[in-house]
Design a protein around this ligand. Structure first.
Ligand code: PLP
Ligand code: COI
Length: 373
Protein backbone atom coordinates (compact mmCIF):
# COMPACT_ATOMS: atom_id res chain seq x y z
CA UNK A 1 0.00 0.00 0.00
CA UNK A 2 1.25 3.45 -0.74
CA UNK A 3 -0.52 6.75 -0.42
CA UNK A 4 2.16 8.52 -2.38
CA UNK A 5 0.59 7.89 -5.74
CA UNK A 6 2.24 10.50 -7.86
CA UNK A 7 5.89 9.57 -8.17
CA UNK A 8 8.19 12.14 -9.69
CA UNK A 9 9.87 11.42 -12.95
CA UNK A 10 13.40 12.23 -11.88
CA UNK A 11 14.20 8.89 -10.24
CA UNK A 12 13.95 7.23 -13.63
CA UNK A 13 15.31 10.07 -15.68
CA UNK A 14 18.41 10.58 -13.55
CA UNK A 15 19.43 6.92 -13.41
CA UNK A 16 23.12 6.87 -14.24
CA UNK A 17 23.54 10.64 -13.88
CA UNK A 18 27.11 11.54 -12.88
CA UNK A 19 27.34 12.97 -9.37
CA UNK A 20 27.88 16.70 -8.95
CA UNK A 21 31.44 17.78 -8.09
CA UNK A 22 31.00 19.80 -4.91
CA UNK A 23 33.48 22.46 -3.93
CA UNK A 24 33.87 22.50 -0.15
CA UNK A 25 34.67 25.81 1.55
CA UNK A 26 35.25 25.21 5.25
CA UNK A 27 33.78 27.56 7.82
CA UNK A 28 36.72 29.07 9.68
CA UNK A 29 34.36 30.21 12.42
CA UNK A 30 32.82 26.75 12.91
CA UNK A 31 31.64 26.05 16.46
CA UNK A 32 34.11 24.08 18.56
CA UNK A 33 33.21 20.79 20.26
CA UNK A 34 32.24 22.47 23.52
CA UNK A 35 30.01 25.08 21.84
CA UNK A 36 28.31 22.40 19.76
CA UNK A 37 27.81 20.13 22.78
CA UNK A 38 26.16 22.98 24.64
CA UNK A 39 23.67 23.53 21.80
CA UNK A 40 22.99 19.80 21.48
CA UNK A 41 22.13 19.63 25.20
CA UNK A 42 18.84 21.35 24.46
CA UNK A 43 18.45 21.99 20.74
CA UNK A 44 14.73 22.88 20.70
CA UNK A 45 13.40 23.03 17.14
CA UNK A 46 14.69 25.17 14.31
CA UNK A 47 16.65 27.74 16.27
CA UNK A 48 20.26 26.54 15.93
CA UNK A 49 22.04 25.82 12.67
CA UNK A 50 25.13 23.86 11.72
CA UNK A 51 28.34 25.38 10.40
CA UNK A 52 27.79 24.79 6.69
CA UNK A 53 25.14 24.79 3.97
CA UNK A 54 24.74 23.43 0.47
CA UNK A 55 24.29 25.93 -2.36
CA UNK A 56 23.69 24.85 -5.99
CA UNK A 57 22.77 27.19 -8.86
CA UNK A 58 20.42 26.51 -11.72
CA UNK A 59 19.81 28.52 -14.85
CA UNK A 60 17.86 27.95 -18.02
CA UNK A 61 21.00 27.75 -20.12
CA UNK A 62 23.37 26.17 -17.59
CA UNK A 63 21.24 23.61 -15.76
CA UNK A 64 22.49 22.64 -12.27
CA UNK A 65 25.93 24.10 -11.69
CA UNK A 66 28.36 25.54 -9.14
CA UNK A 67 27.60 22.97 -6.43
CA UNK A 68 29.14 24.01 -3.12
CA UNK A 69 29.26 23.31 0.54
CA UNK A 70 30.03 26.66 2.12
CA UNK A 71 29.92 28.34 5.52
CA UNK A 72 26.38 28.77 6.84
CA UNK A 73 25.46 32.41 6.47
CA UNK A 74 23.30 35.08 4.88
CA UNK A 75 22.25 34.75 1.25
CA UNK A 76 22.70 37.85 -0.82
CA UNK A 77 19.64 38.71 -2.90
CA UNK A 78 18.81 41.40 -5.37
CA UNK A 79 15.79 43.35 -4.06
CA UNK A 80 14.02 42.41 -7.30
CA UNK A 81 14.61 38.65 -6.79
CA UNK A 82 11.38 36.97 -7.92
CA UNK A 83 10.96 34.99 -4.70
CA UNK A 84 10.57 38.20 -2.70
CA UNK A 85 7.66 39.30 -4.87
CA UNK A 86 5.88 36.22 -6.14
CA UNK A 87 6.85 33.54 -3.62
CA UNK A 88 8.30 31.06 -6.10
CA UNK A 89 9.79 28.79 -3.44
CA UNK A 90 9.63 25.16 -2.30
CA UNK A 91 11.20 23.16 0.50
CA UNK A 92 11.53 19.78 2.15
CA UNK A 93 11.96 18.47 5.69
CA UNK A 94 13.91 15.30 6.43
CA UNK A 95 15.95 14.12 9.40
CA UNK A 96 19.32 12.48 9.98
CA UNK A 97 19.45 10.01 12.88
CA UNK A 98 22.46 8.75 14.79
CA UNK A 99 22.46 5.02 15.43
CA UNK A 100 24.00 3.36 18.48
CA UNK A 101 27.22 2.53 16.57
CA UNK A 102 27.67 6.23 15.71
CA UNK A 103 26.64 5.90 12.05
CA UNK A 104 24.25 8.44 10.49
CA UNK A 105 21.13 7.47 8.56
CA UNK A 106 18.17 9.13 6.95
CA UNK A 107 14.64 7.98 6.21
CA UNK A 108 13.16 7.48 2.71
CA UNK A 109 15.12 10.32 1.08
CA UNK A 110 13.99 9.16 -2.37
CA UNK A 111 10.44 10.09 -1.34
CA UNK A 112 11.45 13.58 -0.23
CA UNK A 113 13.43 13.98 -3.43
CA UNK A 114 10.42 13.01 -5.52
CA UNK A 115 8.11 15.26 -3.55
CA UNK A 116 10.51 18.14 -4.10
CA UNK A 117 10.20 17.41 -7.82
CA UNK A 118 6.40 17.41 -7.64
CA UNK A 119 6.48 20.70 -5.72
CA UNK A 120 8.91 22.09 -8.31
CA UNK A 121 6.58 21.18 -11.14
CA UNK A 122 3.64 22.93 -9.47
CA UNK A 123 5.68 26.07 -8.73
CA UNK A 124 7.29 26.13 -12.20
CA UNK A 125 10.75 25.55 -10.69
CA UNK A 126 13.37 23.16 -12.10
CA UNK A 127 13.22 19.52 -10.97
CA UNK A 128 16.34 18.59 -9.05
CA UNK A 129 17.31 14.98 -9.92
CA UNK A 130 16.66 12.70 -6.93
CA UNK A 131 20.29 11.52 -7.03
CA UNK A 132 21.46 15.14 -6.64
CA UNK A 133 19.01 15.62 -3.78
CA UNK A 134 20.40 12.61 -1.92
CA UNK A 135 23.97 13.63 -2.74
CA UNK A 136 23.33 17.09 -1.31
CA UNK A 137 22.34 15.55 2.04
CA UNK A 138 25.47 13.38 2.04
CA UNK A 139 27.72 16.33 1.22
CA UNK A 140 26.37 18.34 4.13
CA UNK A 141 26.65 15.39 6.52
CA UNK A 142 30.29 14.90 5.40
CA UNK A 143 31.23 18.25 6.91
CA UNK A 144 28.56 18.68 9.61
CA UNK A 145 28.02 15.06 10.72
CA UNK A 146 29.17 15.92 14.25
CA UNK A 147 25.94 17.93 14.58
CA UNK A 148 23.76 14.83 14.47
CA UNK A 149 22.82 14.42 18.15
CA UNK A 150 23.04 11.08 19.91
CA UNK A 151 20.48 11.76 22.65
CA UNK A 152 17.15 9.92 22.63
CA UNK A 153 14.54 11.36 20.24
CA UNK A 154 16.93 13.97 18.87
CA UNK A 155 17.98 14.25 15.25
CA UNK A 156 19.45 16.67 12.75
CA UNK A 157 16.59 18.26 10.82
CA UNK A 158 17.63 18.88 7.22
CA UNK A 159 15.88 21.63 5.32
CA UNK A 160 16.45 21.51 1.56
CA UNK A 161 14.87 24.48 -0.25
CA UNK A 162 14.85 26.15 -3.63
CA UNK A 163 13.75 29.55 -4.81
CA UNK A 164 13.63 31.99 -7.71
CA UNK A 165 16.69 34.22 -7.50
CA UNK A 166 16.39 36.04 -10.81
CA UNK A 167 16.00 39.80 -10.50
CA UNK A 168 12.98 40.47 -12.69
CA UNK A 169 9.60 41.94 -11.87
CA UNK A 170 7.62 40.38 -14.72
CA UNK A 171 5.38 37.54 -13.63
CA UNK A 172 6.85 34.41 -15.20
CA UNK A 173 8.92 31.43 -13.99
CA UNK A 174 12.41 32.59 -13.06
CA UNK A 175 15.36 31.71 -15.26
CA UNK A 176 17.74 31.65 -12.29
CA UNK A 177 17.13 29.53 -9.23
CA UNK A 178 19.20 28.34 -6.28
CA UNK A 179 18.90 25.14 -4.25
CA UNK A 180 20.16 25.06 -0.67
CA UNK A 181 20.30 22.66 2.25
CA UNK A 182 20.63 23.92 5.80
CA UNK A 183 20.54 21.76 8.93
CA UNK A 184 19.29 22.29 12.45
CA UNK A 185 19.67 19.98 15.44
CA UNK A 186 16.19 19.08 16.68
CA UNK A 187 14.47 17.90 19.81
CA UNK A 188 10.67 17.70 20.18
CA UNK A 189 8.64 19.92 17.82
CA UNK A 190 5.99 20.59 20.47
CA UNK A 191 7.51 21.93 23.64
CA UNK A 192 5.33 19.59 25.74
CA UNK A 193 6.95 16.52 24.13
CA UNK A 194 4.62 13.67 23.13
CA UNK A 195 1.61 14.71 25.21
CA UNK A 196 -1.69 15.11 23.32
CA UNK A 197 -2.17 18.42 21.53
CA UNK A 198 -5.35 20.48 21.14
CA UNK A 199 -6.31 21.50 17.64
CA UNK A 200 -8.12 24.65 16.53
CA UNK A 201 -10.62 24.28 13.69
CA UNK A 202 -10.08 27.05 11.17
CA UNK A 203 -13.62 28.10 10.24
CA UNK A 204 -12.80 31.39 8.52
CA UNK A 205 -9.62 30.60 6.63
CA UNK A 206 -8.60 27.92 4.16
CA UNK A 207 -5.07 26.69 3.57
CA UNK A 208 -5.52 25.51 0.01
CA UNK A 209 -8.11 25.37 -2.74
CA UNK A 210 -9.01 23.04 -5.56
CA UNK A 211 -6.30 23.25 -8.21
CA UNK A 212 -4.15 25.35 -5.88
CA UNK A 213 -0.79 24.56 -4.31
CA UNK A 214 -1.97 22.56 -1.27
CA UNK A 215 -0.13 19.40 -2.30
CA UNK A 216 3.13 21.25 -2.87
CA UNK A 217 5.54 22.06 -0.07
CA UNK A 218 5.73 25.75 -0.79
CA UNK A 219 6.10 28.71 1.53
CA UNK A 220 2.79 30.31 0.49
CA UNK A 221 0.79 27.46 2.03
CA UNK A 222 2.51 28.11 5.34
CA UNK A 223 2.05 31.86 5.01
CA UNK A 224 -1.68 31.23 4.57
CA UNK A 225 -1.67 29.14 7.75
CA UNK A 226 -0.05 31.74 10.02
CA UNK A 227 -3.11 33.87 10.79
CA UNK A 228 -5.31 30.86 11.64
CA UNK A 229 -2.35 29.42 13.56
CA UNK A 230 -2.21 32.65 15.59
CA UNK A 231 -5.95 32.25 16.19
CA UNK A 232 -5.22 28.72 17.42
CA UNK A 233 -2.70 30.03 19.96
CA UNK A 234 -5.13 32.74 21.10
CA UNK A 235 -7.63 29.98 21.78
CA UNK A 236 -5.20 27.88 23.76
CA UNK A 237 -4.58 25.38 20.93
CA UNK A 238 -1.30 24.02 19.61
CA UNK A 239 -2.10 23.63 15.91
CA UNK A 240 -4.77 24.47 13.39
CA UNK A 241 -6.75 22.05 11.21
CA UNK A 242 -8.10 23.10 7.83
CA UNK A 243 -11.19 22.03 5.91
CA UNK A 244 -11.68 22.06 2.16
CA UNK A 245 -14.53 23.85 0.38
CA UNK A 246 -16.79 20.80 0.87
CA UNK A 247 -16.26 20.57 4.62
CA UNK A 248 -13.76 17.71 4.40
CA UNK A 249 -10.80 17.60 6.74
CA UNK A 250 -7.51 18.44 5.03
CA UNK A 251 -4.57 18.58 7.39
CA UNK A 252 -2.90 20.67 10.07
CA UNK A 253 -0.62 23.60 9.33
CA UNK A 254 2.41 21.30 9.31
CA UNK A 255 1.17 17.73 9.79
CA UNK A 256 -1.23 15.17 8.37
CA UNK A 257 -4.18 13.80 10.35
CA UNK A 258 -5.01 10.13 10.95
CA UNK A 259 -8.19 8.62 12.45
CA UNK A 260 -8.44 5.19 14.05
CA UNK A 261 -11.85 3.51 13.98
CA UNK A 262 -13.10 1.01 16.51
CA UNK A 263 -12.88 -1.89 14.03
CA UNK A 264 -9.17 -1.11 13.71
CA UNK A 265 -9.42 0.69 10.34
CA UNK A 266 -6.91 3.52 10.01
CA UNK A 267 -8.06 6.41 7.80
CA UNK A 268 -6.29 9.52 6.55
CA UNK A 269 -7.86 12.32 4.48
CA UNK A 270 -6.76 12.21 0.86
CA UNK A 271 -7.21 14.85 -1.80
CA UNK A 272 -5.08 16.78 -4.24
CA UNK A 273 -4.96 19.74 -1.88
CA UNK A 274 -3.19 17.85 0.93
CA UNK A 275 0.56 17.39 1.28
CA UNK A 276 1.46 13.74 0.69
CA UNK A 277 3.20 13.10 3.99
CA UNK A 278 5.98 10.55 4.09
CA UNK A 279 5.46 9.94 7.81
CA UNK A 280 1.78 9.11 7.34
CA UNK A 281 2.55 6.83 4.40
CA UNK A 282 5.07 4.98 6.56
CA UNK A 283 2.82 4.84 9.63
CA UNK A 284 -0.04 3.50 7.55
CA UNK A 285 2.27 0.88 6.06
CA UNK A 286 3.27 -0.20 9.57
CA UNK A 287 -0.40 -0.35 10.58
CA UNK A 288 -1.15 -2.44 7.50
CA UNK A 289 1.74 -4.76 8.38
CA UNK A 290 0.00 -5.32 11.72
CA UNK A 291 -3.23 -6.31 9.97
CA UNK A 292 -5.08 -2.99 10.15
CA UNK A 293 -7.23 -2.00 7.20
CA UNK A 294 -5.92 1.29 5.85
CA UNK A 295 -7.80 3.89 3.81
CA UNK A 296 -6.95 7.20 2.17
CA UNK A 297 -10.28 8.94 1.49
CA UNK A 298 -12.36 12.03 2.18
CA UNK A 299 -13.32 12.48 5.85
CA UNK A 300 -15.85 15.20 6.57
CA UNK A 301 -15.84 17.26 9.73
CA UNK A 302 -19.28 15.77 10.47
CA UNK A 303 -17.87 12.22 10.21
CA UNK A 304 -15.07 13.18 12.60
CA UNK A 305 -17.31 14.81 15.20
CA UNK A 306 -20.07 12.20 14.99
CA UNK A 307 -17.51 9.37 15.01
CA UNK A 308 -15.95 10.66 18.20
CA UNK A 309 -19.38 11.24 19.80
CA UNK A 310 -20.59 7.73 18.93
CA UNK A 311 -17.35 5.99 19.85
CA UNK A 312 -16.73 4.86 16.26
CA UNK A 313 -13.49 6.86 16.18
CA UNK A 314 -11.23 5.72 18.98
CA UNK A 315 -8.05 7.72 18.32
CA UNK A 316 -6.94 10.73 16.32
CA UNK A 317 -3.34 11.72 15.75
CA UNK A 318 -1.13 14.06 13.78
CA UNK A 319 2.05 13.02 12.01
CA UNK A 320 4.93 14.60 10.15
CA UNK A 321 8.71 14.62 10.03
CA UNK A 322 9.09 17.37 12.62
CA UNK A 323 6.32 16.23 14.97
CA UNK A 324 6.71 12.45 14.30
CA UNK A 325 3.40 11.12 15.71
CA UNK A 326 1.48 13.22 18.22
CA UNK A 327 -1.92 12.27 19.66
CA UNK A 328 -4.72 14.82 19.30
CA UNK A 329 -6.47 15.29 22.63
CA UNK A 330 -9.02 17.95 21.74
CA UNK A 331 -10.72 19.69 18.82
CA UNK A 332 -11.86 23.24 19.46
CA UNK A 333 -14.08 25.39 17.27
CA UNK A 334 -15.71 28.79 17.84
CA UNK A 335 -18.69 27.20 19.57
CA UNK A 336 -17.57 23.76 20.72
CA UNK A 337 -14.86 21.70 22.31
CA UNK A 338 -14.72 17.96 21.56
CA UNK A 339 -12.45 15.96 23.74
CA UNK A 340 -10.72 13.34 21.59
CA UNK A 341 -10.43 9.72 22.64
CA UNK A 342 -6.93 8.46 23.33
CA UNK A 343 -5.72 4.95 22.66
CA UNK A 344 -2.44 3.15 22.34
CA UNK A 345 -2.06 2.78 18.58
CA UNK A 346 -0.58 6.22 17.88
CA UNK A 347 2.13 5.82 20.46
CA UNK A 348 2.93 2.25 19.55
CA UNK A 349 3.23 3.17 15.85
CA UNK A 350 5.40 6.11 16.86
CA UNK A 351 7.64 3.76 18.78
CA UNK A 352 7.89 1.30 15.90
CA UNK A 353 8.69 4.08 13.42
CA UNK A 354 11.32 5.71 15.62
CA UNK A 355 12.83 2.30 16.43
CA UNK A 356 13.36 1.81 12.69
CA UNK A 357 14.69 5.36 12.24
CA UNK A 358 17.17 5.04 15.12
CA UNK A 359 18.27 1.55 14.04
CA UNK A 360 16.74 -0.26 17.02
CA UNK A 361 14.47 -2.44 14.91
CA UNK A 362 14.77 -4.25 11.60
CA UNK A 363 14.12 -2.03 8.59
CA UNK A 364 11.91 -4.47 6.70
CA UNK A 365 10.87 -2.01 4.01
CA UNK A 366 14.37 -0.78 3.17
CA UNK A 367 13.50 2.77 4.22
CA UNK A 368 16.80 3.78 5.81
CA UNK A 369 19.80 5.12 3.93
CA UNK A 370 23.20 5.54 5.50
CA UNK A 371 24.53 9.04 4.85
CA UNK A 372 28.04 8.98 6.30
CA UNK A 373 29.52 6.14 4.25
N1 PLP B 1 1.42 18.43 5.97
C1 PLP B 1 2.12 19.57 6.04
C2 PLP B 1 1.42 20.84 5.71
C3 PLP B 1 3.48 19.54 6.41
O1 PLP B 1 4.19 20.67 6.48
C4 PLP B 1 4.08 18.30 6.72
C5 PLP B 1 5.49 18.26 7.11
O2 PLP B 1 6.36 18.10 6.33
C6 PLP B 1 3.32 17.15 6.62
C7 PLP B 1 1.99 17.25 6.25
C8 PLP B 1 3.90 15.80 6.88
O3 PLP B 1 4.78 15.41 5.86
P1 PLP B 1 6.01 14.49 6.16
O4 PLP B 1 5.48 13.34 6.94
O5 PLP B 1 6.52 14.09 4.84
O6 PLP B 1 6.97 15.29 6.94
C1 COI C 1 8.18 18.96 8.64
O1 COI C 1 7.61 18.22 9.41
O2 COI C 1 9.25 18.64 8.08
C2 COI C 1 7.64 20.27 8.28
O3 COI C 1 8.02 20.81 7.29
C3 COI C 1 6.64 20.88 9.13
C4 COI C 1 7.02 22.20 9.69
C5 COI C 1 5.86 22.66 10.51
C6 COI C 1 8.25 22.18 10.52
Amino acid sequence: MTLIDNPGTGADRDAGLAPLQFLVQRNLQAKNDAQRAQILENPGFGTHFTDHMVDVCWSVGGGWHRPRVQPYGPISLDPAAAVLHYGQEIFEGIKAYRHADGSIHTFRPDQNGRRLQRSARRLALPELPVSYFIQSLRELIKVDGAWVPDAADQSLYLRPFMFAKEAFLGVRPANKVNYYVIASPAGAYFSGGVKPVTIWLSEDYARAGKGGTGAAKTGGNYAASLLPQAEAYENGCDQVVFLDQDGNVEELGGMNVVFVYKDGTVVTPMSDSILEGITRDSILQLAEDRGHKVQGRAVSLAEWREGVASGDIVEVFACGTAAVVTPIGGLKGRTFFDEQPTGSLALSLREELTDIQYGRREDKHGWMLRLDA
